[in-house]
Design a protein around this ligand. Structure first.
Ligand SMILES: [Zn+2]
Ligand SMILES: [Zn+2]
Ligand SMILES: [Zn+2]
Length: 302
C-alpha cells in the first residue's frame, strides 16, 4: 500500500521521514548531463553562470514540499573550489532568492550540497540542492527549542554566545569581517566546521551584500583548506554542507559542513552508536584538528 503522502510520521521518535520509492530509479553516472542539457536545449543561455533546475526526481512535491537543484557554473568540469569568490557570491544570491520564494510557502528551506561520490553525489556537474518542506526537521526543531529556552531564561541567543566564546580561541579556523568559522569542541566529524555570521541574522532574507560575499569567501577558503590537509592527501574531501535557518527572528542562521574524511584514505561513518542511539563518538581532538585545518586553510588559500 502506498502512503498518501511521502512524509511518514514515526510515532515512536515523533518525527517525520520522507518515503520516496520512485527515487530508486534515478539515473546514476549516466553519460549525458541533464544540467549541460539545459544549455544545449536552449533552456538557459550559454553565458548563464548560476541557474535553478527543477529536481527531476523530487522526494517531495506540493503541498508537502518542493525540490530544486542549483547549478553553480555552466562548466561541467569545474569543481566548487575552482570557482572564484565572485562566482560563489552569485550562487549565494540565488540561495537568497530561493529562500525568499520558498519561505513564502514552507516553514523550512533546506539549502545543501552532497559533495563526493562516497556520500551519494550522483551528478558531477557542480551543483547543490534546495528543498522547501512543510514540517521543521528534528535537528532544526532542537536548535529552535534551545533558542526559545535561552531567550526565555534571559540569556539571549545561544549562537551569538557560542560565536563570541569561540572567537580567537583554539577552535577558530578562519574568519573575515562579517563571518567566523570554527571546528566546535562538540564536533561529530573530525573536520566538521561551522560558519556563523557575526551579526544575529535569522535567515538569508536578512543578509546584506557584504555578508553574502564574505560567506562565499569563507566557504571557499574552508573547502580549499580541506583539500590542502596532509599536502592534498585527503582531496577532494567529501562533505555534506547545509545552511540552517528559520523565519523566526530569534533564530541565528549558520552553515554546517560535515567533512566525511577523518584521515588520508579513511572516512568517518555514522556507525552503531551514532545511527542506533544518536550518540556520536569523535576519535580525535577538536582543538588539534582545528589547528591542522587552520594551517591547511593558510596553505590552500593560494
Ligand atoms: Zn554538465
Ligand atoms: Zn544570534
Ligand atoms: Zn545547526
Amino acid at each position: 500500500m502506498q502512503p498518501k503522502t511521502p512524509l511518514v510520521w514515526n510515532p515512536i521518535l515523533r518525527q517525520y521521514l520522507v518515503n520516496a520509492p520512485h527515487r530508486m530509479n534515478r539515473r546514476e553516472g549516466i553519460v549525458t548531463c541533464p544540467f549541460c542539457a539545459d544549455i544545449t536545449e536552449g533552456i538557459v543561455s550559454p553565458d548563464t553562470q548560476v541557474w535553478i533546475h527543477p529536481n527531476d526526481f523530487p522526494p517531495l512535491q506540493p503541498p508537502v514540499g518542493e525540490a530544486y537543484v542549483v547549478i553553480y557554473h555552466r562548466d561541467h568540469q569545474r569543481t566548487f573550489t575552482q570557482l572564484s569568490v565572485k562566482e560563489v557570491t552569485a550562487v549565494a544570491h540565488v540561495w537568497r532568492d530561493l529562500y525568499i520564494d520558498l519561505a513564502s510557502r514552507y516553514p523550512t528551506v533546506m539549502i545543501f550540497e552532497n559533495s563526493g561520490e562516497s556520500i551519494g553525489q550522483t551528478q558531477h556537474h557542480p551543483h547543490g540542492q534546495t528543498f522547501g518542506v512543510s514540517v521543521i526537521p528534528p535537528i532544526l526543531e532542537r536548535e529552535l527549542e534551545t533558542v526559545l529556552q535561552e531567550t526565555a531564561a534571559g540569556r539571549g541567543c545561544p549562537f551569538c554566545r557560542v560565536r563570541a566564546e569561540l572567537e580567537g580561541e583554539v577552535y577558530e579556523v578562519a574568519a573575515n569581517t562579517t563571518w567566523q568559522a570554527f571546528l566546535p569542541p562538540y564536533a561529530r566529524y573530525p573536520y566538521e566546521t561551522h560558519l556563523y555570521p557575526r551579526r544575529h541574522i535569522a535567515n538569508l532574507a536578512g543578509m546584506q551584500e557584504n555578508e553574502l560575499r564574505d560567506c562565499a569567501e569563507l566557504l571557499l577558503r574552508v573547502v580549499r583548506g580541506y583539500n590542502a590537509l596532509f599536502d592534498g592527501a585527503m582531496a577532494p574531501m567529501p562533505y555534506l554542507m547545509g545552511i540552517h535557518q528559520l523565519a523566526d527572528e530569534r533564530f541565528h542562521l549558520h552553515v554546517e559542513i560535515l567533512a566525511i574524511g577523518r584521515a588520508p584514505g579513511k572516512l568517518k561513518y555514522a556507525a552503531s552508536a551514532e545511527s542506533l542511539w544518536g550518540i556520536w563518538t569523535n576519535d580525535s581532538s577538536p582543538a588539534l584538528k582545528a589547528q591542522e585545518l587552520r594551517e591547511a586553510i593558510v596553505k590552500g588559500g593560494k
